[in-house]
Write a protein that binds this ligand. Structure first.
Ligand code: ADP
Length: 624
């Protein structure tokens, strides 16, 4: 009998499929099973009004059989079945060429993993099978057919004898090669694991005969005896945990599900489930881990939620469902409004996904906000793990998401000596304070000792200590919080009138003297308005802070981003007075004092001395 050729597009996709070194080969089973489930759905629907079907809901089943010696997997269903036209139209061509077009358009982009994301249905079986046979009988059709194909050169359809309505998909599994192993698909434990992984929540039982040891009845329990028995086992649990009503699921069940599904040893820090009905209807079950995944702050970490369509896993990690700032969230989304087949209007998919993602972002935000409000301690633990990620949300996309995260971030307060929110800070602000003060530095302890923070502490003004690089970027991209601007007090001048130190401060010649000695090392030397007990400090002018300089020199050394250094001197400090006195009395000594004070300022600012040994010599020469 002459072979019928596949339609040309199908042929090319088949070629792609057969020769793909595609890593997710295992999804073939998911595709075959969900086709079976769809077919059962159709016949079940008919059976509701048509007595002749003769089947009740409980009669619908999917069977898997494995014939290891002959390398055959058979998946049978008692669904609607196919007639000759169906076989020609459905298995002879790709139902809708959309998926293929999508693949072609994105061929250059390896990231677009269309097969893994949405599957290409039946054809994916050619990734693992060298030959596929379909035996099928359609409901209300007198004839049954066999469809057979070994790949690109086409397929044959013949009439066969088959009593029962439904479809049998018979896969002849490929032989192993050096690089590709297929034999594992002939292992029952593997197939059973794949069903649990991808098709656990298919609403009809997926049955396979399993062998296990069974305790022999009436045997002496001191010397137990076992029989090897074969029993049909249902592989799937059929009801997803997220479909059950919250009150029927125990904390333990939620936690166990999390640990199994997301490979964590510890219970999650937070569980929340949602049922949303609207433009897109979906259910979600989300978790926040209690520990930072080991690869979290690396490129290896892939964010995303498991995406199901009516209980069938479409995608293991759908990144589009989570914004970057909530990348730590794990969980499951299930929507009946998503179709399994990407070919059905890609755009529509996109819109639905965006809608779900938008709703989820709001849900997560609200959940975190109420956590912060109601259990501060637990929230702070979470924050220690993932706070950096939230702050990332303030910076990303030029601050486009700041409203989502601004009330979820915490900073260490100089007066409260603990983490506070920006809201708490601004609510405490004195009426005459116009700006939110923050100070950047190496660590909380370090910032606390900066000469620049002393003045504010003495005046009992609250400062947010920012030891993380991202903090300063975060404030910059936020611009303000509830109309209060941010001010880095390490760098910027304070608005308050200068403390009248003494007459020295009008003496420009002192400043000029020091500037001449330091040369290019500093942009400027000024009398400080904020120094109290310290003689000098170094501040940065022109928008680039020292923390940014440090960060940029690591992240982008070639950009050579440098902070403009300003040396502030405290005109009423004895050390500075000694310097000033020596400008006329002993110029050589005055020069050494100037260099020494500058070096101290550099060290306190947490920067590297240009020449440490010169500094050491300087100290020694002054001790002599
Ligand atoms: P999709 O299921 O996404 O439409 P597939 O390539 O997986 O694409 O399947 C093509 C078509 O073949 C299905 O839409 C269905 O009409 C038919 N089909 C596949 N498997 C079965 C089955 N087990 N029973 C009945 N029809 C089937």
């Amino acid at each position: 009998m002459a072979k019928t050729e596949f339609k040309s597009e199908s042929k090319r996709l088949l070629d792609l499929m057969i020769n793909s070194i595609y890593t997710h080969k295992e999804i073939f089973l998911r595709e075959i099973i969900s086709n079976a489930s769809d077919a059962i759905d159709k016949l079940y629907y008919i059976s509701l009004t048509d007595q002749n079907v003769g089947l009740n809901k409980d009669d619908f089943k999917i069977h898997i059989e494995i014939d290891k010696p002959n390398r055959i997997i058979t998946v049978s269903d008692n669904g609607i079945g196919m007639d000759k036209d169906d076989l020609d139209n459905n298995l002879g061509t790709i139902a809708n060429s959309g998926s293929f077009k999508f693949k072609q358009e994105n061929e250059k982009n390896d990231d677009v993993d269309i097969i893994g994301q949405f599957g290409v249905g039946f054809y994916s079986a050619f990734m693992v099978a060298s030959e596929i046979t379909v035996e099928t009988k359609k409901y209300n059709c007198p004839t049954a057919y066999r469809w057979n194909s070994s790949g690109v050169d086409g397929y044959e359809i013949t009439e066969i004898e088959k009593d029962t309505v439904g479809t049998k998909i018979i896969l002849k599994i490929k032989e192993d090669t050096e690089n590709e192993k297929y034999s594992e698909y002939l292992e029952k434990y593997k197939i059973s694991a794949l069903v649990t992984k991808y098709s656990d929540y298919i609403r009809y039982p997926i049955i396979m005969e399993m062998e296990h040891r069974k305790l022999r009845e009436d045997c002496d329990l001191e010397h137990p005896e076992y029989d090897e028995v074969k029993e049909d086992e249902v592989l799937n649990s059929m009801v997803p945990i997220w479909q059950r009503s919250k009150k029927d699921v125990t904390d333990d069940e939620y936690n166990e599900f999390y640990k199994q599904k997301f490979f964590d040893f510890e219970n999650p820090a937070k569980v929340f489930s949602n049922s949303v009905e609207g433009i897109v209807t979906f259910k979600s079950l989300l978790y926040i881990p209690s520990k930072v995944p080991f690869d979290y702050y690396t490129k290896e970490y892939k964010k995303g939620l498991q995406l199901y369509s009516s209980g069938v896993l479409i995608m293991d990690k759908c990144p589009d469902l989570l914004p970057e700032h909530f990348a730590f969230v794990k969980g499951v989304v299930d929507s009946q409004d998503l179709s399994l087949n990407i070919s059905r209007e890609m755009l529509q998919h996109d819109r639905q996904l965006k809608n779900i993602a938008g709703t989820l972002e709001k849900k997560i935000k609200n959940e975190l906000a109420s956590w912060l409000k109601n259990d501060r301690e637990a929230y702070e633990k979470f924050y220690a793990n993932f706070g950096r990620q939230l702050k990332y949300g303030l910076v990303a996309d030029y601050g486009a998401h700041k409203d989502v995260v601004k009330d979820l971030v915490l900073f260490y307060s100089s007066t409260e000596k603990k983490l506070v929110t920006l809201k708490e800070y601004t609510e405490r602000m004195a009426e005459d304070q116009k700006e939110i003060y923050f100070a950047t530095g190496e660590s909380i302890e370090n910032i606390d000792k900066l000469p620049q923070t002393e003045y504010f502490r003495d005046k009992n003004k609250e400062i947010l200590y920012c030891p993380e690089e991202i903090d300063e970027f975060a404030f910059q991209s936020m611009g303000d919080y509830n109309d209060k601007k941010f001010k880095n007090i390490v760098n910027e001048d304070i608005e308050e009138e200068a403390q009248p130190n003494d007459e020295n401060k009008n003496d420009d010649s002192t400043l000029k003297f020091i500037k001449d000695i330091l040369g290019d090392k500093v942009q400027e030397v000024v009398f400080s308005k904020k120094l109290k007990s310290h003689p000098v400090c170094l501040t940065a002018k022109g928008g680039v802070s020292f923390e940014m300089e440090k960060y940029m020199s690591m992240a982008q050394p070639e950009a050579r981003v440098k902070a403009e250094r300003v040396l502030e001197i405290n005109a009423s400090h004895p050390a500075v007075n000694a310097l000033i006195a020596n400008i006329t009395a002993d110029k050589d000594k005055a020069e050494k004092y100037a260099k020494l004070l500058y070096s101290q300022a550099v060290i306190i600012a947490g920067l590297q001395l240009e020449d440490p040994s010169e500094y050491a010599d300087l100290v020694c020469s002054l001790m002599n």
